[in-house]
Design a binder for this molecule. Structure first.
Ligand SMILES: [Zn+2]
Length: 187
C-alpha cells in the first residue's frame, strides 16, 4: 500500500460522512408531520384537562391491573416483541386502553410493520392519545400515552405508511379490543 492519497477512497469517505450527517440531521432535527401531530394533540389535551375521573393512585392501579399491565402502563415497560396478543390480530373493531377503556385506535389504521408490536398509522381521533418527549435509554423518542388515564402505550415514529407516514408502535398489554357492533372488551 502506498501513502499516496487515493481519490476513490477520499470520495467514498466524503460520501459516507455526508450520508451519516444527513441521517443524524433528519433523526434529530426533522420537524414535519410528527411536530404537527404533537401540536394538534397538545391543544386537545389542554382543552380536556378537567374530567380525568379515571385518574387513580399508583396503589389503586396496582390493585386493578395485572402485574404485566402495571409494568407497561404505569412503569413504561415494553412487552417482548412478537409475543403480544394483538400483534397478529386482524378483526374489525376498536382498540381501547387496557387501563381505562378509552377508545384509542380503529382496526382500519392497523398495519403489519414487521416490528413485533401492534402498529397503527392513526389513533381514533385527536382525543385518544397524548404525545410526550422521551429521552430515556440515550434515545430521543416520542412516547404515546392514553390521553385519559396517562397510561404508557408505546412510541410513535415517522416511518409509517400513507396517509400519515406515522407508526404508532403500541404494546398489546396496553390494549383491549372491542369487536365491531359489540361492547364487550377483550383483553
Ligand atoms: Zn387509558
Amino acid at each position: 500500500m502506498s501513502n499516496k492519497r487515493n481519490p476513490q477512497k477520499i470520495v467514498a469517505i466524503f460520501g459516507i460522512t455526508v450520508t451519516a450527517g444527513l441521517f443524524i440531521f433528519f433523526m434529530f432535527f426533522s420537524p414535519g408531520r410528527l411536530e404537527t401531530a404533537k401540536a394538534v394533540q397538545e391543544n386537545f389535551a389542554d382543552s380536556t384537562k378537567q374530567g380525568n375521573e379515571t385518574m387513580k393512585s399508583e396503589n389503586e392501579w396496582e390493585q386493578c391491573l395485572t402485574p404485566e399491565e402495571y409494568r407497561v402502563l404505569r412503569e413504561k415497560g415494553t412487552e417482548r416483541a412478537f409475543t403480544g396478543k394483538f400483534y397478529k390480530h386482524s378483526d374489525k373493531g376498536t382498540y381501547v386502553c387496557a387501563g381505562c377503556n378509552a377508545e384509542l385506535f380503529p382496526s382500519g389504521t392497523k398495519f403489519d410493520s414487521g416490528t413485533g408490536w401492534p402498529s397503527f398509522w392513526a389513533p381514533t381521533e385527536n382525543a385518544a392519545v397524548e404525545l410526550r418527549e422521551d429521552k430515556s435509554y440515550g434515545m430521543k423518542r416520542t412516547e404515546v400515552v392514553c390521553a385519559k388515564c396517562k397510561g404508557h402505550l408505546g412510541h410513535v415514529f415517522e416511518d409509517g405508511p400513507q396517509p400519515t407516514n406515522l407508526r404508532y408502535c403500541i404494546n398489546s398489554v396496553s390494549l383491549g379490543f372491542k369487536a365491531e357492533g359489540d361492547t364487550t372488551i377483550v383483553k
